[in-house]
Design a protein around this ligand. Structure first.
Ligand code: SF4
Length: 582
């Protein structure tokens, strides 16, 4: 097959539009049925007849994609969801004793590949009318190193344990306390040990429906590792976790790979992916259309290749431009004009108390807010946004605040309605770079997590305000979208002369977007202490020092990387107090 057609019938308005599109097809005009409309009104395209003339996708760009596949792509598909639906070509292959990461944009088939390896999804090898057998995957890898792996997986010599992506769905099907649920899956008899390492002890007796997102994520990881398996698969293990927890689970997951076991994972936090894995498979193709897996690379090279957008061995350019970092992205020097400041702020919420001694926000700053979950970052942000009133102390100037909350509510409104002002005033700054055009006619309730996040960021920035507060804008976004959002926020603040506060747990994202750092210390769910915004270096040193990790810049791409614990650089940077880039 040289090309595939992807059709989203829900985006075709009515029968009249479908008939019109059908009437345009030059192949149909010769009497053949390239574009068909069945008795239920469903429009499909016969890929073998399509010449790729480009007329129908031009007429319905949101609903139809005709994609020419790379010439070298000779293999049959591994899985196709249905006629004119997403196709997956090739699979990542885990190796014993190694942690392998899968890196790619959202909608490229990463979770599909993981679910096939976990045997949760039966591959159909492109024939969606029949259910395939897993063993049919073996001929795909004949003569390659992966052949043995798939044979052993098929025979059950390799056993799999899988942590799914959407941990928020667990309470919908599981009932009981965390401890009861984990006891049921504890085939290795290691519940006590794992609970300690993943810090579950404080909520083991709680009902699964009453724990937070970060707690659910750690319970899901614990459930996966308590099973006796030789391949552990984790789909996005860092979601909902703060940086300390991300580092902790990274060390834990690294420790799982030994001579008998392998680990495979998908992760969008590039610093964590870099820290946690030994090897990388890049996935490329076209979002929501098709996905291909690259050959395996050592992690450092794999991430650098991904940022560069070009696979030399495969001779494939999968992104037009490289994603670049600079040692400290330069911001124009500015007069320090005060926007607002606070003094002796206090707030009590149940048994949790928050304090902010004093601090000042200057115009045009982008303040990255770093701290553990449950230490009051969002509470403080909400007080600045006047959504919440403080018990004591004062916020000096009344400023207007536009706030993107951590949890975004969707509604029946269309994206075009929600972003009316942005479309008219900031199309070039927000709508185009955030790739919102294809979503304009959709309702907010129909969007995926990543799409809704991009729309919510644009909705926050389209308002006129003194301060833009973005609470966890990286959630649900892939690594590429995170860097795009960082650039959009930076450029927007620069052009508008506006000020932003960004609360997030992705260190690379914060490093890229922020010009100042505000650290929030404390004990989760008990006490929070908000420090004044500091210069990048001071703030990062403060925060990283508490975590006892050091960061350096990659020589080739300048991206930040965590130093190996107790390595020469780690010891040297700790010795000189320079936790942030020696
Ligand atoms: Fe017909 Fe294919 Fe042209 Fe569409 S792209 S009009 S299906 S030949």
């Amino acid at each position: 097959m040289t090309r595939i057609a992807i059709v989203d019938n829900e985006k075709l308005r009515n029968m009249q539009e479908k008939l019109y599109i059908q009437s345009l097809c030059p192949v149909n005009r010769t009497g053949k049925e390239c574009i068909r409309i069945d008795g239920n009104g469903k429009l499909t395209i016969e890929e073998k007849l399509c010449t790729g003339c480009g007329i129908c996708p031009k007429a319905a760009p949101l609903a139809i994609k005709i994609i020419n596949l790379p010439e070298k792509l000779k293999q049959k598909p591994i899985h196709r969801y249905g006629e004119n639906q997403f196709v997956l070509y090739s699979m990542p292959t885990p190796l014993k004793g190694r942690v392998t990461g899968v890196l790619g944009v959202n909608g490229i088939g990463k979770s599909t590949a993981l679910r096939i390896l976990a045997k949760v999804l039966q591959p159909n090898f492109g024939d969606w009318t029949t259910e395939g057998r897993f063993s049919d995957i073996i001929p795909f890898f004949k003569g390659t190193e992966a052949q043995k792996f798939f044979e052993e997986l098929d025979k059950g010599v390799i056993t799999v344990s899988y942590k799914p992506q959407q941990v928020e769905l667990i309470p919908k099907t599981a009932k009981g306390s965390v401890k009861e649920l984990l006891k049921k899956v504890d085939q290795r008899g290691k519940l006590g040990e794992v609970a300690k390492e993943l810090q579950l002890d404080g909520f083991l007796e709680n009902d699964i429906r009453e724990i937070s997102g970060g707690e659910l994520q750690r319970v899901a990881i614990a459930a996966a590792v308590l099973k006796d398996a030789s391949l552990y698969i984790f789909d996005e293990p860092s979601s909902y976790l703060d940086i300390r927890q991300r580092i902790n689970i990274s060390r834990f997951i690294k420790g799982l790979a030994n001579q008998d076991t392998s680990v495979l994972l998908v992760e969008h936090d590039l610093i964590i992916l870099d820290y946690m894995t030994d090897l990388i498979n890049i996935m490329y193709g076209r979002e929501a259309a098709y996905g291909i897996v690259s050959g395996v690379k050592p992690t450092k090279a794999g991430i650098n290749i991904y940022l560069g957008g070009y696979l030399k061995e495969e001779n494939v350019r999968f992104r037009d431009a490289a994603m670049k970092f600079t040692e400290r992205p330069p911001m124009e020097s500015r007069r320090r004009e005060e926007l607002t400041s606070w003094k002796s702020i206090s707030k009590k919420l149940g048994r949790f108390s928050l304090e902010a001694k004093e601090g000042t926000i200057y115009r045009k700053d982008i303040i990255g807010v770093l701290g553990e979950n449950g230490t009051g970052k969002t509470t403080f942000a909400r007080m600045l946004a006047h959504v919440l009133t403080q018990d004591g102390g004062e916020i000096t100037k009344k400023i207007t605040v536009s706030y993107k909350p951590q949890y975004i509510e969707s509604s029946n409104e269309t994206v075009a309605e929600a972003l009316d002002h942005a479309i008219q005033k900031y199309a070039a700054q927000l709508i185009t770079p955030l790739k919102i055009e294809p979503l304009l006619e959709s309702r907010l309730s129909q969007l995926s997590g990543g799409e809704l996040q991009r729309v919510a960021i644009a909705a926050c920035l389209q308002k006129d305000a003194d301060l833009y507060l973005l609470d966890e804008p990286s959630a649900y976004l892939d690594a590429e979208q995170r860097l795009v959002v960082s650039k959009v926020v930076r450029d927007f603040m620069e052009q508008k002369g506006a000020t932003a506060m960004v609360v997030d747990h992705d260190l690379l994202f914060i490093d890229y977007v922020a010009t100042k750092i505000m650290v929030v210390d404390g004990t989760p769910a008990v006490k929070g202490e908000v420090h004044a915004p500091q210069e990048m270096e001071d703030g990062m040193n403060h925060f990283l020092g508490k975590l006892q990790i050091t960061l350096r810049r990659d020589h080739d791409t300048k991206r930040p990387r965590i130093n190996k614990e107790d390595s020469y650089l780690d010891r040297e940077q700790k010795g000189s107090g320079k936790y942030y880039y020696a």
